[in-house]
Ligand binder design. Structure first.
Ligand SMILES: [Zn+2]
Length: 134
């Protein structure tokens, strides 16, 4: 058993190994396999196998700089997706709590809390007043 471990360590020396992108690919392949089982006779398991092959290829790759760059790109993508989701959630929360009205005179957008009944809104830009139901 120890010998096998030594062999594995020797095999992995100078190879890239696992990273965030690798873990993501493995997980994606797993999800695709499951989906392939649920939707029988689909091409999903073929894609899953391809994704798994890519993740193993990267793990055993000796081109460490290239793999590192790929992972950097993936991390940046993850960040922008998370950022977009965060912004979307913020806009949704705002839409639940507030109503955005446009000033009829100057078109200035004014954020008003919801559920306050009929209220007079004062435009801070052109000082016009208008009545709206919030
Ligand atoms: Zn105005």
């Amino acid at each position: 058993m120890n010998q096998m471990k030594d062999q594995f360590i020797r095999f992995m020396t100078g190879r890239y190994g696992a990273d965030k992108l690798g873990r993501f690919l493995t997980a994606a392949a797993f999800v695709l396999f499951i989906a392939g089982l649920l939707i029988r006779g689909s091409w999903l398991d073929f894609i899953a196998a391809a994704v798994l092959a890519v993740s193993y290829y990267r793990m055993f790759s000796r081109n460490i700089r290239r793999r590192f760059e790929e992972n950097q790109k993936f991390e940046r993508l993850c960040f922008s997706v998370a950022e977009a989701f965060r912004r979307w959630r913020f806009r949704l929360q705002q839409a639940v709590k507030f109503h955005i009205y446009k000033c009829p005179d100057c078109g200035q957008k004014i954020r008003i809390p919801r559920g306050k009944g009929k209220i007079k809104i004062h435009c801070p830009k052109c000082n016009a007043d208008f009545i709206k139901k919030s």
